[in-house]
Design a binder for this molecule. Structure first.
Ligand SMILES: N[C@@H](Cc1ccccc1)C(=O)O
Length: 501
């Protein structure tokens, strides 16, 4: 005989079933001395072991709705009309006799039931209008309800009394009300019977050792319920930091370990720091309304720099460049925007600290007027950084970024030529992702003279601005950027801590 390893509750229910053959839950409850929930739970466990079968059946009970009751007393609208005429009658007359509403309801059914037809606004009876099943059902339910003194849906409508179609029609007409119930019957199986025949012994099992048991010595000689160590446990979701925040913290940590200092800047920047200081021409498409969140207020252009920046834009100033030409406008430059990149923060920092060596970074939010889709959100994070020191070169820049990506776990890194108005040369770093190929992750380059000269910077400046959410998406296996910002509780619960993040 198989070893079923039954709990005491299962044993009690099996013994009850053995007495009953086919049992309803209330009978099992009575015999097993367990409550309904525990009995049912044990029955389901026994069913899994093939010792019993739980048979569910659902049934429906009906009663008359308020309207149903009215029609049971007064007759269905179509019946009321048939009873009131003895030949072709204009609908007009009927509408006066009854309400237009009732005539409206009745005519549809008169035609459907073929009791009458309508010709040119005249209702013509067709002869046979014998009592239909629907009327019998209404009448029957009405009598039952009166007899039982309740109009609640407590009556059965067996198929021989009311066909499915009739019930459907009456429900659709809202003349019936329906309640659905499920009942369960529990039947012991052959295996269950055989097991019961072998004898089932219920021994008192101790599930939990208490101080009292230990103190009194009652624990001795007792049977203990064994632990099932292989049983899956309920998952526990502990509190933790948002996966995206963890990732940002990890990036921050890497730059700190590489000897950088973190800086912070304002979210609201003047166009001067966001664009002009970075030698972005005033007619640059990125500055248009559709790309940038423009704010209503202004910040005066900084006196000490404005002439030099103007000169760089208009003629190239002392840099040997020809500049962009045209007239540079301080008016445009004063207008505030939500920073479109964190480069506005680093250039301002450089203007305040024009002498190297400097190694700083900023990991923060930037804003662009993007149409929201799986790969674009109007708010996103950038990882901005600069190195300024004597003798720094383009290859130091590539080496530094490579090192960062390696530490993030991307072993293959490459750089494609890029273009930014403020750097020369410019590159776009890319990392290789299995299944996706090369993925572009931001921009970098060496600041141009037109950017550094107005601020009195003479040492080379290596600069980069890297996409953060893109990296997070790749590392967290997300297909939609928006998930990073939407806090889907299920995803947050299930996201693991300790997978390198
Ligand atoms: N600001 C650029 C990135 C960048 C920063 C610094 C130097 C070069 C490029 C961007 O937002 O895409």
């Amino acid at each position: 005989m198989a070893n079923y390893d039954l709990t005491n509750n299962e044993k009690k229910v099996l013994l009850a079933l053995n007495e009953l053959d086919t049992a309803e839950l209330k009978d099992v409850v009575e015999i097993s001395d367990l409550n309904a929930d525990a009995s049912m739970q044990a029955a389901f466990l026994l069913e899994e072991k093939g010792l019993c079968q739980v048979i569910e059946s659902s049934f429906e009970l009906y009663g008359l709705s308020c309207e149903g009751k009215q029609y049971a007393e007064a007759g269905l609208p179509e019946r009321q009309i048939m009873d009131s005429i003895d030949g072709p009658t204009p609908l007009e007359n009927l509408r006066e006799l009854f309400s237009p509403q009732l005539v409206g309801i009745a005519t549809g059914w008169l035609i459907k039931k073929k009791w009458a037809k309508i010709d040119d606004g005249i209702l013509i009876p067709l002869g046979d209008a014998s009592k239909g099943e629907d009327e019998k059902v209404l009448g029957g339910l009405y009598e039952n309800s009166l007899e039982n003194d309740t109009f609640d849906p407590v009556f059965e409508l067996p198929e021989e009394v009311a066909s499915k179609a009739t019930v459907q029609d009456l429900l659709k007409r809202k003349l019936l009300e329906k309640d659905e119930y499920t009942t369960r019957k529990i039947v012991i199986t052959k295996d269950g019977k055989a097991l019961a025949a072998e004898g089932i012994f219920i021994t008192e099992e101790i599930a939990q050792i208490t101080p009292e048991l230990l103190k009194s010595g009652d624990w001795e000689g007792k049977t203990y319920r064994p632990y099932k160590v292989q049983k899956p446990v309920k998952p526990l979701y502990g509190a933790k930091i948002h996966p995206y925040q963890r990732m940002i913290d990890e990036m921050r940590q890497i730059f700190l370990e590489m000897g950088f200092t973190e800086i912070k800047g304002n979210i609201v920047q003047s166009s001067f720091w966001n664009f002009d200081a970075l030698f972005q021409p005033q007619d640059h498409p990125a500055r248009e309304m559709q790309d940038t969140f423009h704010l209503g207020d202004r910040t005066p252009v900084p006196e000490e720099f404005v002439d030099k920046v103007r000169a760089c834009h208009e003629t190239g100033g002392n840099t040997g460049s020809t500049g962009w030409g045209g007239k540079w406008s301080a008016d445009i430059s004063e207008k505030n925007v939500l920073r479109t990149h964190t480069t506005s923060v680093t250039i301002k920092y450089l203007a305040d600290n024009p002498k190297g060596p400097i190694k700083v970074f900023s990991i923060d939010r930037a804003y662009r007027r993007e149409t929201i889709d799986p790969t674009h959100t109007p708010e996103f994070e950038q990882l901005e950084g600069i190195i300024m020191d004597e003798g720094m070169s383009f290859s130091n820049l590539l080496g530094c970024l490579k090192e960062f990506y390696h530490r993030m776990g991307f072993s293959e890194v490459r750089f494609r030529p890029g273009y930014f108005p403020y750097t020369e040369p410019s590159v776009e770093p890319e990392v290789y992702i299995e299944g996706m190929g090369w993925v572009e992750l931001g921009g970098a380059g060496v600041f141009r003279k037109e950017v550094t000269e107005p601020f009195g910077i003479t040492q080379p400046v290596l600069a980069w601005g890297l996409g953060v959410s893109r990296v997070a998406m790749l590392k967290l296996g997300l297909k939609d950027l928006r998930e990073l910002y939407q806090s889907d509780i299920d995803w947050l619960r299930k996201s693991e801590v300790g997978n390198g993040l």
